[in-house]
Design a protein around this ligand. Structure first.
Ligand code: ZN
Length: 245
């Protein structure tokens, strides 16, 4: 039997402690809601980590035992220590998958991996979001209908200052007229990165079946594969090479 994909769900976990409404929506934290779903999936094992733990819960050991890291942050991106960002960055380049959710577009790790501002437009009036599948053969869209409709969400609008995704899986539409690239795949080094837009903390988005299903698909997509170790530097030719004047 194949080894399970080892997932670590990382959450800032501050809103849930400071805001009664958010605590009611996510009594176990956003990480708890995501972990509850993933733990029930075959072939996935889950642990969680949060900002206020030592080393933000992302010790060398935890990261070494993580195949896919899921990241949710919003109000405290600046509190994430640069040394931990360096550590996560190195693991991504070495093959760990990374799934950045919603306001994690502004996390230090996502901005580092993108190299752009990752800025966008936003509005919070609780309008619905319709995520259209624009890459139906992509594994992250497997089992998803033509679109996912989320009844209430925060709006994010273009222009979203990111590099062109390697593959774009979802485009969101909002009733106010905006659109947004809401499911973006990247490769960085040996690692795979997926940005998935939904998940504002005041809405029960991470309990919605379709959203959870996409996160599960993204975990399987982002998991490392047993490819060859890259070799760098000066090398001898494999064949005998005759160089003429
Ligand atoms: Zn938000």
């Amino acid at each position: 039997m194949a080894q399970p994909v080892r997932v670590t769900v990382w959450n800032e976990f501050r809103h849930e402690k400071s805001d009664e409404h958010i605590r009611q929506v996510y009594p176990k934290g956003i990480h708890g809601a995501i972990a509850d779903y993933l733990e029930a999936q075959a072939g996935i094992s889950v642990q969680t980590a949060t900002l206020d733990e030592p080393e933000h819960g992302l010790t060398e050991t935890v990261l070494a035992d993580t195949d896919v890291l899921i990241w949710w942050g919003h109000q405290a991106h600046g509190a994430v220590e640069d040394a931990i960002v360096d550590r996560v960055h190195a693991r991504v380049l070495d093959g760990m998958g990374l799934i950045c959710l919603h306001s994690s577009h502004f996390s230090k790790i996502f901005k580092r991996l993108m190299g752009t501002t990752c800025n966008l437009k936003w509005r919070e009036i609780g309008e619905n979001e319709r995520l259209w599948v624009v890459d139906p053969s992509h594994p992250i869209a497997a089992g998803v209908g033509q679109y996912i409709d989320i009844p209430h969400e925060e709006m994010y609008g273009e222009f979203f200052d990111i590099p062109q995704p390697d593959r774009l899986v979802f485009v969101s539409w909002f009733p106010g007229g905006e659109v947004f690239r809401s499911g973006c795949c990247y490769h960085r080094g040996r690692g795979k990165v997926f940005y998935f837009r939904p998940g504002h903390e005041t809405f029960p988005t991470f309990y919605q079946a379709e959203v959870r299903h996409v996160i599960g698909n993204a975990v399987r997509w982002a998991a490392p594969t047993a490819g060859p170790e890259p070799v760098f530097g000066n090398v001898q030719p494999l064949e005998e090479v005759t160089v003429t004047e």
